[in-house]
Design a binder for this molecule. Structure first.
Ligand code: HEM
Length: 383
């Protein structure tokens, strides 16, 4: 892991930097995966090699140098690879495709389609010519029943229980297959969703929903608060938080939240800031905040700069329409479901202290569940 950490830092120094807004500041395209072996190779070449990176005239020439000295790629069994969506950074748009199968669906055939996700992505965007604008980073997750039926093994229980709360419930909506894809061109995501749906075996889908999200005001939630301030930012911490060691899998929560604009548009700023625990214009943490503020619920306490009990790689984005309902599509990736349970229990008042999360005063959860996104190796077995 130490090598991975070093390599992540080194890769960050080498990869092209995008300055297209907060969400993309940590953008790590699928390119990062193909570069990783090169970088690991360079790392093993020793400290002397670092000087090469530091003083090379351009990144292109640096890459050539690394390629020429790189030994064999190090995709060792103890470093299982996560799917491209799991810890990579955000893009301008995302697709969330949530599928419920019919009871008699041929789950093995469905799993085969899911396992070939990258093939479908490559059909939508040619990997030889893709660039930053049309690159698609995608991953697929499975509900607990489906994954069991197709013979998948999982280390931890990830069933999602319906939670009742004084400020609102968190429904357990279930689901069998969930696709998450990110791209700077929304039409590519539509193409992908369409291709996936028509590639599934005939008559196997009971219901499905595809949601397309967008970056709002350079990384704000539709309530106006900056979303993502405390998200793990660098590749190393994003991998550590999101990826289960030993499997490359990730436990994922998805929740559809519909914002209550009658509240957001009319409530005093001061009150809403107290609910969140941060200021709205610039996301400054409030030095004194209630134990019911969102930040206090999520971190585990209301101290200033509270030590976080658990973390999560959040990739949530705004979605919807003014006339049809809009809000946040919440999606968070973790190395363990313990992180997820801790946070949502504390939101609904089931965290032991009886307090609920004030953020639920401005938004309503209408759909939700957990998924397991297997590592790349595990996923390929389903094919
Ligand atoms: C519509 C629902 C939600 C909205 C509008 C929302 C918005 C926010 C905002 C504005 C922040 C502060 C800035 C930041 O650090 O990103 C935040 C922090 C956070 N949220 Fe949410 N959130 C929602 C739901 C959730 C849910 C369901 C979870 C967990 C399952 C969650 C987990 C977190 C975490 C872990 C933090 C960082 C806390 C910290 O370390 O300070 N949020 N959220």
């Amino acid at each position: 892991m130490a090598t991975m950490r070093g390599s992540a830092r080194l890769f960050k120094a080498l990869r092209p930097s995008f300055s297209q807004g907060q969400r993309r500041m940590v953008s790590t395209g699928s390119g990062s995966k193909s570069w990783r072996p090169l970088v690991l190779g360079a790392m093993s070449a020793g400290a002397g090699a670092f000087g090469v990176y530091k003083y090379a005239e351009s990144q292109r020439s640096v890459l050539k140098d690394i390629q020429s000295m790189a030994p064999q790629p190090v995709h060792a069994a103890n470093l299982p690879e996560a799917q491209p969506s799991v810890w990579s950074g955000g893009k301008n748009n995302a697709l969330y495709l949530w599928i419920h199968l019919k009871p008699n669906a041929n789950v093995k055939e469905v799993a085969k389609v899911a396992a070939k996700l990258q093939k479908y992505v490559d059909q939508v965007v040619d990997p030889k010519t893709k660039d930053e604008d049309d690159e698609v980073l995608a991953g697929v997750g499975f509900g607990p029943n489906f994954y069991k039926q197709v013979g998948g093994n999982v280390k931890q229980d990830f069933t999602f229980a319906h939670r009742k709360g004084t400020l609102g419930d968190m429904p357990s909506s279930g689901g069998d297959v969930f696709f998450h894809a990110k791209c700077n061109t929304q039409s590519k995501l539509f193409e992908l969703a369409h291709l996936l749906m028509r590639s599934l075996p005939a008559d196997c889908v009971d219901s499905a929903e595809d949601i397309y999200s967008f970056v709002y005001k350079n990384g704000r939630d539709l309530s106006g608060f900056i979303d993502g301030t405390e998200n793990p930012a660098d590749d190393e911490s994003r991998q550590n938080v999101a990826v289960e060691p030993g499997t490359g899998g990730s436990y994922v929560i998805t929740q559809k939240w519909i914002h209550q604009f009658n509240v957001i548009d009319n409530e005093k700023d001061k009150n809403m800031e107290a609910w969140v625990g941060r200021s709205r214009p610039d996301s400054m943490e409030l030095s004194r905040k209630s134990i019911t503020s969102h930040v206090a619920r999520m971190t585990g306490g209301n101290a200033y700069n509270q030590k976080k009990k658990f973390e999560m790689v959040r990739q949530s984005m705004p979605f919807g329409t003014v006339t049809g309902g809009a809000g946040l599509f919440f999606i968070g990736y973790c190395a363990s479901p313990d992180n997820l349970n801790f946070m949502i229990d504390r939101m609904v008042g089931a965290g032991g202290d009886g307090h609920s999360d004030d953020i639920m005063r401005l938004t309503k959860n209408v759909k939700g569940t957990y998924w397991y996104f297997p590592g790349v190796g595990e996923l390929s077995k389903l094919a």
